[in-house]
Write a protein that binds this ligand. Structure first.
Ligand code: ADP
Ligand code: ZN
Length: 721
């Protein structure tokens, strides 16, 4: 027997199969999709068995397989095919595509082995008859209903007493594999769907499309719809995957799924240990799980008989992987369901991506809507606070209106959420007086401030202009770095409301394991009055007592130098507004802004997705951005700056010559131009149709795979440019 093995080196150069001879002692154990240990050059490597054959076409003496590492197949036929598709689609190595599907413990990679956990179990041999003492009979009686008992279940007996029975052959000690995680099965579930929810479920179950866009306002009860769909699929013997952004994978969310599906769920999230993740993966592969809930990579969960793959908050950028292989979970989901007859994908959001909504409009996806909150609850009223007017009356970063609203909220003993989305935007210059920010005349994106050259630059096309002395719009000497962060706001809150208990949630306070969960639980238990944070506080949270939401600066994400900044702003504001007034109590929302007439802010206030969509689509069309055009981001990286630039120009020439239907932007320095002494330049491709695109890019990727000085990275449909 000869097998073809894909070895663990993630290099495009060795991304081919190597043949090995199988010693007859191992022949029985070999299956396609298992891992084996093989000699490779002077090393020992792990690899996946991809082919079994009688003899090799290679005319060399073959080396022998050293060991078989798995008893059961870890990559089934569907996943093997999926990996090949993914490698082509993202132009990455096949091995990287298989590795991304597996928990760390199972990646073909040496030194990452996590072992199974075992527990001692006693099994009774009823056929053995021998005289027993009264005490021994007492032990045997425990086995009346069950043939095997865990050590823990016999804890009232000493080990010595059990040992005597083992010696007599009445009991046998065996090690049984156990899972590290346990799920709560004690909760019950009672909730009947509203008419609107029922209708949505029916439309999806009866529909003929394989992909549904569930557009439901915040608080419309999308989660219940998902669970109902999953339950219906289960009745037909089909299993489902429920994807959520990592940050929404809260205990609240898991509780709802446990109440409905008991311990037939597996939850894959970032705070699992490698061992726990390995256990969950095996439970799934063994068919012991009906529903897998997890973040992006759970889309690869080895469930068979898929019914639904559901992506909640489908607009979330967490569904795109930013490292190799740069896949989009949405596309993987659509690919996976093709393998299973009648399986469906459901994309749910209050603010779908323009790409998905446009597809729904063109009937590529079927649109299903939940236009109202459950049980007649109203969406909160949103008030815009014009900071241009307020600036004279405001204290610190708070308008008097927002301060007043906070005070009233505390008096009613209700809770508030405050959002300030500051990430590294301090390189954006804006006018403190009128809110003006300078944009690129060619790309319509915010210019980025480059300290060293005192220039404002466009990250897409390279356009540059010196930083103006006074604001070009209001002519005041009031241009500023947008640098305020959550810490500063927390300080200010302490001076205005010394009694208020504030929880601050941002990357700095979230770094410890379990911190997020703790904070959410504490806020839920009303141990704090204000939850203050970055975009983390905008997503998925469901607190009945929150009746006030305040956005300190609604403009921060408008300043991001990216063509999606309006969409991101609209999404964020709509999502955070949706946290208010989710139960009987009415909700209020305040957006502080310098750009009250900006359409993203105006339509978020009106909660009018459709209007926003129409307006934004006009701009996308005019500026040739997605969904009208596709994008590819090509980055060339090298320790040697000249070399990187030279190769970028070389790629530019290739593109100019061969990609005749494509618009080319750049070369420009990448948004993170120099990182760890690596210089990066980028080219952006925009196209509607380009039939030889994969061919041309594929050739370049192969070419640079063997270039040790310069690396080429290709990102299809990049989220950030
Ligand atoms: P969404 O995900 O659309 O924002 P959720 O699924 O979180 O909304 O539901 C919002 C709230 O409404 C939750 O507290 C949920 O328990 C409740 N809810 C959803 N459906 C129903 C229903 N049919 N009857 C009563 N309460 C419901
Ligand atoms: Zn530009």
């Amino acid at each position: 027997m000869v097998i073809s093995v894909l070895v663990e080196i993630a290099n495009k150069n060795v991304d081919k199969l190597f043949d090995y001879k199988v010693p007859s002692s191992l022949e029985d154990q070999i299956k396609i999709g298992l891992r084996v240990l093989v000699p490779f050059a002077s090393r020992t490597l792990e690899g996946f068995v991809l082919k079994i054959k009688e003899k090799s076409e290679e005319d060399v003496s073959l080396k022998e397989v050293l060991a078989v590492l798995d008893q059961n197949v870890i990559l089934n036929d569907e996943l093997l095919d999926l990996g090949k598709w993914l490698a082509k689609k993202t132009l990455s190595s096949l091995i990287s595509c298989y590795q991304v599907m597996l928990p760390k413990a199972l990646k073909a990679k040496k030194g990452s082995q996590v072992s199974k956990k075992y527990e001692k179990v006693y099994v009774i041999h009823r056929e053995v008859s021998c005289p027993l003492t009264e005490g021994q009979k007492e032990i045997v009686q425990c086995f009346e209903k069950k043939d095997a008992l865990k050590r823990g279940e016999l804890s009232s007996f000493s080990k010595a007493r059990l040992d005597t029975l083992v010696k007599k052959g009445v009991l046998e000690e065996v090690l049984e594999e156990v899972y590290r995680l346990q799920y709560d099965t004690t909760q019950s579930y009672d909730l009947s769907l509203t008419e609107e929810q029922e209708k949505a479920v029916e439309e999806i179950l009866q529909g003929s499309s394989s992909c549904y866009l569930l557009h439901g306002v915040t608080g419309s009860g999308k989660t219940e719809v998902y669970m109902e769909l999953i339950a219906m699929a289960l009745k037909a013997g089909k299993k489902s995957i429920m994807l959520v952004p990592e940050i929404s994978l809260t205990p609240q969310m898991l509780k709802r799924f446990q109440a409905r599906f008991g311990d037939r769920i597996a939850a894959l999230h970032s705070s699992l240990s490698d061992g726990e993740r390995y256990d969950e993966w095996r439970r799934i592969a063994r068919g012991e799980v009906d529903v897998v809930i997890g973040a992006r990579s759970a889309v690869f969960a080895p469930l068979k008989d898929l019914g639904f793959i559901i992506l909640d908050e489908e607009h979330s950028d967490s569904y795109k992987q930013e490292s190799i292989p740069r896949y989009d979970a949405r596309e993987v989901a659509l690919k996976r369901i093709q393998y299973y007859p009648k399986a469906k994908v459901v994309l749910g959001s209050a603010t779908p991506t323009l790409e998905s909504y446009a597809r729904a409009k063109k009937h590529v996806f079927q649109l299903v809507e939940l236009p109202h909150r459950v049980n007649g609850r109203r969406l909160p009223t949103v008030t815009l606070i014009d900071m241009n007017q307020e600036i004279k009356r405001s204290k610190g970063h708070f308008s008097s209106t927002l301060l007043e609203a906070l005070k009233e909220c505390f008096e009613r003993e209700e809770q508030a959420i405050l959002l300030l989305n500051r990430r590294g935007y301090s390189t954006v210059i804006s006018c403190r007086n009128c809110g003006y920010v300078e944009k690129c005349p060619h790309c319509d994106i915010t210019l980025t401030y480059h300290k060293s050259s005192k220039m404002l630059r466009c990250h897409y096309c390279g356009y540059g202009t010196p930083i103006p002395k006074v604001c070009p719009s209001c002519h005041e000497d009031s241009l500023q770095d947008l640098g305020v962060g959550t810490e500063k706001i927390e300080e200010e809150l302490k001076t205005f409301f010394p009694q208020a208990r504030v929880l601050r949630m941002d990357v700095d306070t979230m770094s410890r394991k379990g911190a997020h969960e703790k904070m959410i639980n504490s806020f839920q238990k009303k141990e704090a009055d204000i939850l203050l944070g970055t975009q983390m506080v905008a997503k998925g949270l469901d607190f009945a007592n929150v009746t006030l939401v305040g956005v300190i600066n609604a403009d921060t994400s408008l300043m991001i130098p990216d063509f999606r900044s309006s969409e991101v702003t609209f999404d964020l504001l709509s999502q955070v507004a949706g946290r208010s007034g989710r139960s009987e109590k009415e909700g209020r929302v305040y957006f502080q802004t310098y750009n009250k007439d900006h359409y993203a802010i105006r339509y978020a206030k009106e909660n009018n997705y459709l209007k926003f969509y129409q307006e934004e689509m006009k701009i996308r069309k005019m500026m040739k951005y997605p969904p009208y055009y596709y994008l590819v981001l090509c980055t060339l990286a090298s320790k040697n700056q000249e070399e990187a630039l030279k190769e970028t120009k070389r790629c530019e020439k290739v593109f100019q010559k061969y990609l005749d239907q494509t618009i080319l932007l750049g070369p420009t320095p990448a948004s993170i131009f120099k990182k760890q002494n690596i210089y990066r330049y980028q080219l952006i491709l925009k196209y509607q149709y380009q039939d030889n695109l994969y061919e041309v890019l594929g050739k370049l990727v192969d070419y640079y795979a063997s270039n040790y000085k310069v690396k080429l990275e290709i990102d299809f449909h990049p989220l950030h440019l």
